[in-house]
Ligand binder design. Structure first.
Ligand code: 2RA
Length: 333
C-alpha cells in the first residue's frame, strides 16, 4: 500500500490554492489529510467536511508532511520556517525565497534534477518564467540559447483574487478604477479597455520587479548566470491566461524544421498550426505554442508566441509536479 501524506495549504482563498486543492483531490490515494490555513475572514468561508480549516497563527501550526504556500511573500516569510521546523517539506509559490542559494527553483520538465541539490525549500518559479522556460528548454538543448527577449501579456488573475475581483468590477462599471494593477504608481489607470505596460514596482533603471524576477529566475533554472535577457511585462484585460512573444538567439544556427519537430514531441508542449491564444490554454496543463518562425535577418534566432493557464501551468500544476516527484522519489525529510 502506498504511503499517505498529511498536507497543509497556506493562503486559504488564493486562486492558486483552489487549483492546488483540486489537483490534490485527484491524488486522493496518497493523501491522508488536508488542512487549510487561512486568514480569520477566510476560515468561515472555507468551511468544508473534506478538510480542516484553521486560522493562520503560529500557535495553530501543526506538523505536516507537506505545506503548499500561496499567500504571498509576507505569509511565506513569516510562517514557512515554522512549518519546516515541524517537519514539513514546503513548496512555496511566493517569490520571496526563489533566488536564495538554499532554495530549489524548479520548472516542470526543465531542471527536475535540481531537486537532488542541497537545500530544503522548493520554490515555484514566476508564472511567466515557468511558461517561457518550458518552451525554451527543448530549443536550448538543440542550439544553446544566448539571449532571450520576451514581451508578456499577463491576465488579471496573475495578481490574485482581489485584483481579479477589481478587474471584474471595472468591467461592470467602466468609471471605476480598482487601482490594484499599478501598486506604487501615482497615476492610476483602469485595466478594463486598456493595457498596462508596468507589472510590479519600477526600478531606477526603468525595468520592473516582475521583469527582474523573470530574468534572474531564468538564469537560475538554466544554470547560466551569463544568460542575456530583456523582458517587458504587460498586463492585459483578460481574466485568465498569460501569453508571451519570445525572441531567442542561439549559439548555433537554427534548423527550424528540427526545432519544430522537437517542440511538437516535447512533453507538456502543444503546438497549434495557425495560432494559439489564452482561451485555448485556459484549463490545460500544457504550454501552447504558435507562430513559430525564424528571424528574417538572423539565422541564429527564432521567434514565436506562447500561451498558458497562469494559475495551472504557472503555479498549481508545477507545485503538484514537485509534490509528485518528491512522493515518487521518497525524496522528503
Ligand atoms: C502576475 N506573474 O501575473 C505575476 C504574479 N503571479 O502578476
Amino acid at each position: 500500500m502506498s504511503k499517505k501524506y498529511d498536507v497543509a495549504l497556506v493562503g486559504g482563498r488564493s486562486l492558486v490554492l483552489q487549483h492546488i486543492l483540486k489537483l490534490l483531490k485527484k491524488r486522493s490515494s496518497v493523501i491522508e489529510r488536508i488542512t487549510i490555513y487561512a486568514s480569520k475572514d477566510g476560515v468561515e468561508s472555507l468551511k468544508s467536511d473534506e478538510y480542516q480549516v484553521k486560522e493562520m497563527k503560529f500557535e495553530n501550526i501543526a506538523s505536516h508532511d507537506f505545506a503548499f504556500f500561496s499567500g504571498g511573500d509576507l505569509i511565506s516569510l513569516k510562517y514557512a520556517a515554522r512549518f519546516m521546523e515541524l517537519g514539513a517539506t514546503v513548496i512555496d509559490n511566493s517569490s520571496i525565497f526563489r533566488l536564495n542559494q538554499e532554495s530549489k527553483l524548479i520548472a516542470m520538465h526543465v531542471n527536475d534534477e535540481d531537486r537532488f541539490e542541497k537545500g530544503e525549500l522548493y520554490c515555484n518559479p514566476n508564472c511567466v518564467t515557468i511558461m517561457v522556460a518550458r518552451v525554451l528548454k527543448p530549443l536550448h538543448d538543440l542550439f544553446k540559447m544566448e539571449k532571450v527577449i520576451v514581451a508578456t501579456y499577463q491576465a488579471a488573475s496573475g495578481m490574485g483574487k482581489k485584483a481579479l475581483d477589481g478587474f471584474l468590477k471595472e468591467q461592470a462599471s467602466p468609471d471605476f478604477i480598482s487601482g490594484f494593477f499599478l501598486d506604487d504608481c501615482v497615476k492610476k489607470r483602469p485595466l478594463f479597455n486598456n493595457i498596462l505596460p508596468l507589472i510590479g514596482t519600477l526600478e531606477n533603471d526603468g525595468y520592473t520587479s516582475e521583469e527582474y524576477k523573470i530574468r534572474h529566475e531564468l538564469k537560475k533554472i538554466f544554470h547560466d548566470p551569463e544568460l542575456e535577457s530583456s523582458i517587458t511585462a504587460v498586463r492585459v484585460p483578460l481574466t485568465n491566461g498569460h501569453s508571451s512573444v519570445i525572441h531567442v538567439t542561439f549559439e548555433r544556427e537554427v534548423d527550424v524544421t528540427k526545432a519544430l519537430e522537437t517542440l511538437k514531441n516535447s512533453e507538456g508542449i502543444k503546438y497549434q498550426e495557425e495560432y494559439c491564444c489564452p482561451l485555448d490554454a485556459t484549463g490545460s496543463e500544457d504550454v501552447f505554442v504558435s507562430r513559430f518562425r525564424r528571424d528574417l535577418d538572423c539565422p541564429y534566432a527564432l521567434t514565436f508566441f506562447v500561451s498558458s493557464d497562469n494559475l495551472l501551468v504557472g503555479a498549481a500544476s508545477n507545485a503538484l509536479y514537485l509534490f509528485d516527484l518528491l512522493v515518487q522519489g521518497e525524496n522528503i525529510k
